[in-house]
Design a protein around this ligand. Structure first.
Ligand code: PMM
Length: 267
């Protein structure tokens, strides 16, 4: 069954939910709501990765996320930590986070690979070419699917050489990260190429701009949820391991449809 990672951005500036969950009690309530609606894990992040976002000091990132991680773990909620910082990853894993979701796939912080090996955490290797301020210039490909798969494969090989067990790795094409809408759709249409690496695949399409580009002009960010849930259903149908989403109820329904459809085949 495809896993749902419910997004909890503890930031003032994420593009779709910035500022809403900076208050710890509100963040925890929101996470509990997502679990009640069917999230398998809560992906807690303290640094916005939207294009052009400024970097956040590590101390500030940890001040935002660590108390929330601790409180969710105490309540029996499974947590992934969305961070590019090795120190934050180590502290979150020590607090009980079971997945480190690094949008740079370990490329932003040279210490990350060691933390992954030493802690034995599960680790998301997302395709990444550079920080958000340079993302648009880096969105140049001759063969986006081939290049993204090769670059992820290279990073996976580097992690394995450093002693990380491949069973701990999850891969993610990094939709919207140094990619335009056309790139994203090609990657989604060729998920099988990424799946051939033999590792679980995570997809983060929820509410991203390329979905907005399909909708009528002037549609609000929240109106992207229905289309995001359709992508989740199609991705689940292709056999992805997980989807990272903001709207858990819609995604739960979409994934239940995909599972029932798949079940219908076997009866
Ligand atoms: N996208 C965002 C943040 N974290 N993590 C993974 N693994 N994959 C993604 O595509 C991804 C991510 C940016 O989206 P947000 O601003 O809505 O959190």
């Amino acid at each position: 069954m495809t896993q749902i990672l419910g997004v909890l951005n503890v930031t003032p500036d994420s593009f779709s939910d910035g500022g809403r969950w900076l208050d710890r009690a509100a963040a925890v309530r929101h996470a509990e709501g997502m679990v009640a609606r069917g999230a398998d894990l809560i992906d807690v992040g303290g640094e916005s990765t939207r294009p052009g976002a400024p970097r956040v000091a590590i101390s500030e990132e940890q001040r935002r996320v660590l108390p929330v991680v601790r409180e969710l773990v105490d309540r029996g909620i499974r947590v992934s930590i969305d961070t590019m910082n090795a120190d934050t990853a180590a502290a979150a894993v020590a607090a009980g986070a079971e997945i480190v979701n690094d949008v740079s796939g370990g490329r932003a912080d040279p210490e990350m690979d060691d933390v992954v090996r030493e802690t034995g955490t599960r680790f998301v290797v997302m395709h990444w070419r550079g920080h958000s301020e340079s993302m648009n210039e880096l969105a140049r490909y001759r063969d986006v699917v081939g290049e993204v798969v090769r670059e992820i494969e290279y990073r996976v090989a580097e992690l394995i050489v450093k002693g990380v067990s491949p069973e701990r790795l999850i891969v993610d094409p990094g939709l919207g990260f140094a990619k335009n809408g056309d790139h994203n759709w090609r990657l989604l249409a060729h998920l099988d190429r990424l799946q051939r690496l033999g590792l679980p695949v995570l997809i983060g399409a929820s509410r991203k701009r390329f979905i907005g580009e399909l909708l009528p002009a002037g549609a609000q960010v929240g109106e992207r949820d229905f289309a995001s849930a359709v992508i989740a259903a199609l991705a689940a149908h292709e056999g992805v391991w997980g989807v990272r989403v903001h709207d858990v109820s819609g995604t739960r329904a979409a994934l239940d449809v995909a599972a029932a459809w798949a079940g219908g085949r076997t009866r």
